[in-house]
Design a protein around this ligand. Sequence first.
Ligand code: ASP
Length: 440
Amino acid sequence: MVQVRDGIRVAKFGGTSVATAAQLLKVKAIIESDPRRSCVVVSAPGKAHAKDTKVTDLLYLAHELGAKGQPIASVWSQVETRFLDIVRELKLDLDLKPVLDEAQARIQAGSTADYAASRGEAIHGVVCAALLKAVYVDAAEVVFFDKAGRLDAPRTYAAIKSRCIPGRRVVIPGFYGTAANGEVKTFSRGGSDVSGSIVANAVDAALYENWTDVSGFLMTDPRIVPEAKGIGEITYGELRELSYMGANVLHEEAVFPVREKSIPINIKNTNRPEDAGTLIVADRDPGHQVVVGIAGTKGFTVVALEKALMNSEIGFARKVLDVFATHGISIEHMPTGIDTMSVIVSDKQLGAKLEAVLEDLQGAVHPDSIKATPGMALIATVGQGMSHAIGTAARLFAALAKARVNIRMIDQGSSEQNIIVGVEEADLATAIRAVYAEFA
Ligand code: ASP
C-alpha cells in the first residue's frame, strides 16, 4: 500500500454525510479526531432517508417556480425546515434567518438556476462552520471560472491558499464558485467532489478524504456479485477506466485537480470511519492483484461497415467519424478488421438518430454492407498489472468461454490496463460473475 505522507487533509463530506443533525455529529467527531483535517468542504443536505428529497433538488424546483413568477413559499418552507431543524437539534447559536430570507427573496425574484442550487451548499457551509467552530469561506470568493466556463485555476488556487492558513480550520461550501461575469456558477451535479479536489490541490494537501456513505469502491456491482470485495487501492487511471463504465461514487472530474500533484484520494464512510475505504493513488504495485475492478453496462449498438479494400482507402475512418460527429454523437469504441470497421455507440448518444446516421454513412463511404445491431453490453476488466502479467487475456476469455458467454467484440486500449469485451445484454450478469470469479 502507498504510504500517505503527513500534512493537511482536505475532508469533503457528501450529501448523506451532512443530511441530518445526527450525521453532522459524526462529521464533528471525525474532524475533531484528527487536527490535520483542517480544510472541510461540504455538500448540501442530501437524503436523510430513501424517500427524502435532496435540498439541491428542492432548490432547483424553487428556481423553476420563481422563474415562472409562481410562489416558491411551499417548496421554500421545506428547504427552511431542513436547515432550521438541524440548527435547533444541534443547539447551535446561529441565526440563519437572514441568509435564508435573502436566498428566498432572490430565488422568488427569478434568480439563475445556479444561484438557487448553490444555496444548499452556501447555507449549509455556515451551519457546518458553526458546528465545527471553523472559519466560513464562501466558495464565491475563492473559486473562479473563466469566460469559457472552465476553472480559472491560478486565480482559484491563489485565493484558496490565501484563506486556508495553516493552523486554522475552515469550511468551504462545495459545488459552486463565481463565473467571469461575477454571477454564481455551479459545477455539474455532484460537483462538491470537484470543489474538494480543487481545495486539496490549492493547499498542497497530503490527502483528499472524500467522506460518503460507502466504504469505498467494490470490485464489481454488488447487485450482480453480492459478495464483491472492496478495492483497497486503485490508481487514478484505473478508476477512470472503471468510472467511464458507470461507477458513480466520485464525480468523474474530481480526479484531475489532485492528480496534478499526485495527492491521493481516500473514499471513506462517515457511518463507519474505522473502515480503511479505497485509496486512489498515482501508482501502485499490483502484486498478485492483476485485475482491480470489473464494470459492465448495457445499452450499446454496433454499427458494422464492410468494404473491399477498406484498409487501403485513405480517409475512410475520418469520413466515418465525421458522420458521427456531425450528428453530435460521441463514440465509445472502434474495433477494426482488414476490410471491416465497427463503431460502438451508446444508445443514449444514438437516440433516434440511427436511421439518419446509416444513411449518411452510406453516402459518405459507400460501404459494401452496413448493419446496426443493438443490444450489446460492454464489460471493462481493469487493472494496471495487466500490462506485465502474461496470460491475463487468456484467463479472461477462458472464463467467459467456460460460462458459455459469446464475445461479440474485444478492445484493448493502448494503456494496457483495460480489456473491454462486448457481449449480448442478456449475458452481462453471467459474464461479470465469471470474470469476477476468475480474478477476485
Ligand atoms: N448538492 C449538489 C448535488 O446534489 C452537489 C453535491 O452534492 O456534490 O448535486
